[in-house]
Design a protein around this ligand. Structure first.
Ligand code: TLP
Length: 344
């Protein structure tokens, strides 16, 4: 089975498992796990921030970042198809008590003008904007990357209004691999940045939040509140260290595979996909299902039967994601399967 549903499906390699088994551990709730501490130092250094916190999931990383920087009743600017809006089960409302102000970007990317226009006036009757969130790469936007200059301009807008910014950088290293912009440069305008170890980087579990020391201390308290304080978590952190040391530079391969698949998909008459929009490891494409007389569920089932797994994003929209457990040969095989199934 060629699994293109997500880069979350990657399994730890033998070498990663060995690193996990050999990891020195302690109780991380006491701050005594040497492997967790090492991972946190690595993450902070890599992103040019003071401190970092290891958390179980990307959702928890986003939610702790929101909770640590807002009060119930505040408003947070987010892109309308962002993960925080679509896939976190309303956690921002349920756990942080904030109102999300959706702004729709092109392929998920916001402009400085859009952000500026969405900031509420500072008066006694308007809700107050207290955080601006961006997503890079943007998942539902098809793995789209922000230009550094756009992020810097949005940062200036935020600074003018004294509003901090959070980056959902679940796939930040894919953006780094695609654009050549160092992670620390991307991270600079943000007060908090989250990134996932458990996606393209190939760790089984884990995400990081990086920020200044006081914000990380706040996030640590809320991590405990949310039940995310783990004990001998060094076993998991060791996978994260392995991922950062070995799996960042190879992300380019996943991007090449995505482009290779896009070239095949583009030639299928029922598929609508702009190859130039494929910047990283996520392909989002539309299929003219009416002309095939089939539903998205039929297509998913037929692809599965032929050995390829993908996800539907909407009624006629699909997502395929390349990752380190998919080879060039798998991509060519998947391409043949797509051509067969989508041409019937
Ligand atoms: N994304 C998953 C699904 O939840 C949609 C996927 O398969 O892509 N931020 C972004 C941008 C993400 O794409 C995801 C996961 C998360 C946060 C949450 O990460 P986890 O699953 O570790 O909580």
């Amino acid at each position: 089975m060629i699994d293109l549903r997500s880069d979350t499906v990657t399994k730890p390699s033998q070498a990663m498992r060995e690193a996990m088994a050999a990891a020195p551990v302690g109780d991380d709730v006491y701050g005594e796990d040497p492997t967790v501490n090492r991972l946190q130092e690595m993450a902070a250094t890599l992103l040019g921030k003071e401190a970092a916190l290891f958390v179980p999931t990307g959702i928890m990383a986003n939610q702790l970042s929101l909770r640590a920087q807002t009060q119930p009743g505040d408003e947070v600017i987010v892109e309308s198809r962002s993960h925080i809006v679509r896939y976190e089960q309303g956690a921002a409302a349920a756990l942080a008590g904030v109102q999300l102000h959706w702004v729709t970007g092109q392929r998920g990317l916001l402009t400085p003008e859009q952000v500026e226009a969405a900031i509420r006036p500072k008066d006694s009757y308007s809700i107050q904007t207290k955080l601006i969130c961006l997503e890079n790469t943007h998942n539902s936007g098809g793995g789209s990357c922000y230009a550094l200059s756009t992020i810097e301009q949005i940062g200036k807008v935020a600074q003018t209004h004294a509003i901090p910014m959070h980056l959902d950088g679940a796939r930040l290293f894919n953006a780094v691999a695609a654009t050549g912009v160092p992670a620390a440069d991307y991270a600079r305008p943000f007060k908090t940045v989250s990134f996932c170890l458990s996606k393209g980087l190939g760790a089984p579990v884990g995400s990081m939040i990086v920020s200044d020391q006081p914000t990380i201390e706040q996030a640590r308290r809320f991590r405990r509140m949310y039940g995310g304080g783990m004990r001998q978590a060094g076993i998991l952190a060791a996978a994260g260290i392995y991922a950062l040391e070995h799996n960042i530079t190879r992300l380019k391969e996943d991007h090449e595979h995505a482009r290779r698949l896009a070239l095949v998909l583009q030639k299928i008459p029922t598929v609508s996909l702009d190859v130039h929009s494929v910047e990283t490891n996520i392909l989002v494409f539309d299929v003219r299902l009416q002309s095939l007389g089939r539903s998205a569920a039929d297509i998913i089932a037929a692809l599965k039967q032929a050995g390829v797994l993908i996800n539907a994003l909407g009624e006629t929209t699909f997502r395929a994601v390349t990752h380190l457990d998919v080879s060039a040969q798998d991509i060519d095989e998947a391409g043949q399967v797509f051509a067969q199934v989508l041409s019937r």
